[in-house]
Design a protein around this ligand. Sequence first.
Ligand code: HXC
Ligand code: NAP
Length: 284
Amino acid sequence: MGPFANDLLKDKVVLITGGATGLGRAMGEKFLELGAKLAIAGRREEVLKQASHEMDSTGSAIFYKSCDVRDPVQIHEFVDAVCQRFGRIDILVNNAAGNFISPTERLSPRAVDAVLNIVLHGTFYTTLEVGKRWIEQGQSGTMLNIVTTYASSGSGFVVPSAAAKAGVMALTRSLAVEWARYGIRQIAIAPGPFPTEGAWSRLSPTPEIQDKMINRIPLKRVGDKEELANLAAFLVSDYAGYMNGEVVTIDGGEWLQGAGQFNDLIDVTEQQWDELAALTRKGK
Ligand code: HXC
Ligand code: NAP
């Protein structure tokens, strides 16, 4: 039993890029459960086919087609096909991404492009394709962009991703103002760590890296995909209709832990606090 009425997204048509795996799939499953119709895109046809079958074995509420978001022609054809199948699109979720950890000085220009082309260009192309149609047809709609917490702070060792996600965040906030007059709403979610095969295999490949990550999170756990899917469902629903241009963080407090200058004092024991108090009170 979830927090929403079963018809929260009844008959809404949602396009999710990267919708066959990880967080994209979790959002898609939630949207279907709440009455939406779903179109999922990704590069790998087999993965899309299997996910679609598992998500809705009747196939009546789901459409899939291989589509590489780096290619505007493929996006155009994909969106055409979705409109042919479901008549329109109401919600676009820009979720597809590419990322890996590496010292920046080890990156080739092709490695930089590999990430920027998916995350920044892909998101921009999809946004343009869908946005132009909505504007032309006088249709309102909602765009949800999945960024990261380090889109705001930056982060070493994932620099192409940080730069690209910062660009997507700027896109979100810019269009929130420019396209509001067309009834188009922009929202972003900035997730902290959520274990997915795609992210973990590229970013947290060893137990040591995983332990270190969990230790940095005040709630001392990673996110549950269901938690992100519930947030996304609310944000794309009409109940969030007055939210526009907001970037919603869901990270167990992780980025604030790194940001607060004195947060490391969490490790100080009661006895040490007594000793410290004796010292600091002297300063009165
Ligand atoms: C250094 C690398 C590399 C690595 C690829 N390259 N992986 N360099 N370290 N680990 C270099 C290659 O050597 C090559 O450069 C260039 O990048 C392109 O590589 P390809 O394999 O041809 O790229 P491509 O097939 O386009 O694949 C794109 C990809 C791949 C991004 C590299 O990982 C991918 O398809 N990812 C999609 C899914 C994904 O990344 N999911 C995670 C999202 S999680 P040269 O010069 O040698 O030719 C996320 C946020 C997580 O975004 C936040 C966690 C808290
Ligand atoms: P994931 O499963 O690897 O998801 C990435 C998806 O993007 C895959 O389905 C992939 O499918 C698709 N994709 C990649 N390149 C594409 C392209 N050129 N065209 C079309 N589709 C493409 O990883 P995830 O963890 O669920 O990530 C989902 C989103 O959450 C991403 O935006 C990521 O940056 C963000 N995020 C995740 C975390 C986390 O901890 N998991 C944290 C912060 C942000 P194909 O390979 O078949 O194309």
